[in-house]
Design a protein around this ligand. Structure first.
Ligand code: GDP
Length: 312
């Protein structure tokens, strides 16, 4: 990408897309194309084709997706598979047909088998059964990876696929029903601190382990890979270490300044027991994560207090 490149960020209002736009703006790119959902419905093939015909982006970051936490995924699997398949199919196909030079597709660490050996290497894809709570979403993402590679094979289209681990950061969804664990716990501890509640409820057993990547690190990796990587092999993006949900809860409580008790609700699902990515492929390309978990939680909590807490 050069300064005058025409760069389309699909999903620029989301956690990932907004971080990519922030990064591109900071780097001085002059033609960043974005469209809100009201302007272009990415589930509509006609609307997406029109956008690409008119704008002719050269580089495409496909960060548009329907995402959610464990409860949303297990409650609305039809929405997750349909919307993701539609959006990604439309954008990948339109990018190829309109002559885009390159596309970065963003998948997820939930594409790997539920009981994959840890840390999870890229080659474990399609080697076993998926975690049922987000199977519909995962299969949509796996279809996206396969589509990107099929277009590379059949048409020579330069698409690459990155698999980020669990993400967090400014602009996240703090709705308690549909969010992921990090924003959910930030909000629960914050509200409990304000109301003086004696306990905060954490779902499941607290024993599952998750890896957390700050979204600014993902945006950094996505632009790095747009410039440096031209290969169909998927690449994991993570930090290479994980924490238990219990440890995460304790860390967030400390940052928020909540001193009450943490209780566990075993009626809620744990999901997959562990989801830690092997990031050696990305490290070998010369990229390193920069945001330490504690610092990322501190800055995201600050963002939530300043921007999100009133709205949510
Ligand atoms: P997952 O990584 O796809 O399982 O998605 P989540 O981020 O939604 O959940 C991660 C883990 O955190 C699961 O074991 C959840 O049960 C646990 N968890 C604990 N409390 C919460 C909460 O308040 N919200 C969510 N979404 N997950 C929670």
């Amino acid at each position: 990408m050069i300064r005058s490149s025409r760069i389309y960020v699909a999903g620029h209002r989301g956690l990932v897309g907004s971080a990519i736009v922030r990064r591109l703006e900071r780097q001085g790119f002059e033609t960043i194309i974005t469209r809100s959902r009201d302007e272009v419905d990415l589930t509509s093939q006609a609307a997406v084709n029109d956008l690409f015909d008119q704008q002719r982006p050269e580089f495409v970051f496909l960060a548009a997706a329907k995402v959610g936490g464990i409860l949303a995924n297990s409650t609305f699997p039809a929405d997750f598979i349909r919307e993701n398949l539609q959006m990604q199919t439309n954008v990948i196909d339109a990018a190829y047909r309109s002559g885009a030079r390159k596309l970065v597709f963003l998948g997820s660490s939930c594409i790997y088998p539920k009981y994959a050996p840890q840390p999870m290497k890229e080659q474990y894809l399609l080697s076993g059964a998926l975690e049922p709570t987000n199977e519909a979403y995962a299969i949509a993402k796996i279809a996206g990876i396969t589509m990107v590679n099929a277009y590379r094979e059949q048409f020579g289209f330069n698409g690459i696929s990155l698999m980020p681990t669990n993400l967090y950061g400014p602009g996240d969804n703090f709705d308690l029903e549909s969010s992921h664990v990090m924003p959910a716990l930030m909000r629960k501890f914050h509200e409990a601190k304000l109301s003086g509640a004696p306990t905060v409820t954490v779902w499941g057993s607290g024993t599952p382990r998750r890896e957390f990547l700050h979204v600014d690190d993902l945006a950094d990796a996505a632009t790095f890979m747009m410039d440096k990587y031209d290969n169909g092999d998927i690449v994991n993006v993570g930090v290479g270490e994980d924490v238990s949900i219990g440890e995460l809860a304790a860390l967030i409580a400390e940052v928020v300044g909540y001193e009450g008790e943490i209780v566990y609700d075993s009626s809620k699902p744990d999901g997959t027991p562990r989801k830690l990515l092997d990031i050696s492929r990305l490290l070998s390309l010369g990229w390193r994560p920069k945001v330490k978990l504690k610092n990322g939680i501190v800055s995201t909590y600050k963002w939530y207090v300043e921007n999100g807490a009133q709205r949510s």
